[in-house]
Design a protein around this ligand. Structure first.
Ligand code: CAO
Length: 243
């Protein structure tokens, strides 16, 4: 690809040159490799989490008694794990020669964690076999380890899918870069009250913006739309996670 020329920005005013730390350099390389190798498409959808949120808030005292916090993230992990089991083409990697697809019979999901040094992605193993409390504790532990540089290399390996949640910050939709060799990543933005037509009138509902970026070599658009519809359905009525 054409190189970006080196420019002396100092000729137009004062500048400061900062060295990028190793983590940011490695992340930059990974982003560029994924961006250049993967034909990306992003499918957006909204999940109605009004009931989920009422249930989550009702667990606040229980969470405190257990010494943990129940954020939307464990619910997202459970819904994603269910969808990955239902649609195994999302729980897969392409062989480097592009001639085969490796389907994984395990559900390990990475969570993007923002740290002062840059982005880290610890992997939660066997999400489909864990309960919400277990996931809540593990997410908090992994995020803490990431922020205090205590993650072991093996705790960042083996992911099948990644969730990047910017929900606590804000924004509405974004286009995450697939964490190769995975074939899809779910971006989650901030939930907001929106008017929804219920057939008779507009009702205020809490809507969660979802953005699924996927590798178009491995997944077609119809499959991606079905995946986000399934995720929205599961998050809209979490009893369906038991089916
Ligand atoms: N909508 C509205 N509120 C949300 C939300 C959403 N989608 N997601 C989280 N929140 C709320 C939580 O419920 C919590 O509020 P309460 O305490 O009142 O319940 C608050 O935001 C803070 O949540 P949190 O950030 O502490 O916890 P989390 O489980 O949502 O996220 C983690 C954990 C590690 C994913 C997050 O801290 C983080 O680092 N996110 C950044 C990821 C990132 O950088 N992605 C970009 C990668 S590409 O460059």
């Amino acid at each position: 690809i054409p190189e970006i020329p080196e420019i002396d920005f100092g000729q137009w005013g004062d500048v400061v040159v900062e060295e990028l730390n190793r983590l940011r350099q490695v992340a930059a390389k990974n982003f560029q490799r994924s961006w250049l190798n993967i034909p990306h498409v992003t499918q957006h959808d909204d999940a109605d989490i009004t009931e989920l949120e009422a249930f989550r808030k009702a667990q606040k005292a229980v969470a405190e008694a257990r010494g943990t916090r129940l954020t939307p993230l464990p619910f997202l992990l459970k819904a994603a794990a269910y969808a990955l089991r239902e649609m195994p083409q999302f729980c897969a990697s392409l062989s480097p020669d592009g001639k085969s697809r490796i389907l994984k019979n395990y559900v390990h999901i990475g969570i993007a964690v923002d740290t002062p040094d840059g982005l880290m992605v610890p992997v939660i193993k066997d999400v489909d076999r864990k309960g919400l409390w277990e996931l809540a504790v593990e997410c908090a532990e992994m995020a803490e380890k990431a922020r205090t540089k205590k993650l072991k290399p093996e705790e960042m390996k083996g992911g099948c899918f990644t969730i990047s949640s910017l929900g606590s910050i804000g924004g509405t939709y974004f286009t995450p870069i697939v964490n190769s060799p995975e074939v899809a990543i779910l971006g989650v933005s901030k939930a907001d009250m929106k008017p929804r037509w219920n057939g008779n009138e507009f009702e205020p509902r809490l809507m969660l913006p979802l953005s699924l970026s996927y590798d178009h070599r491995a997944i077609n658009g119809a499959e991606a739309a079905k995946f986000t519809v399934l995720l929205s359905t599961l998050l809209g009525d979490i009893r369906k996670l038991l089916l």
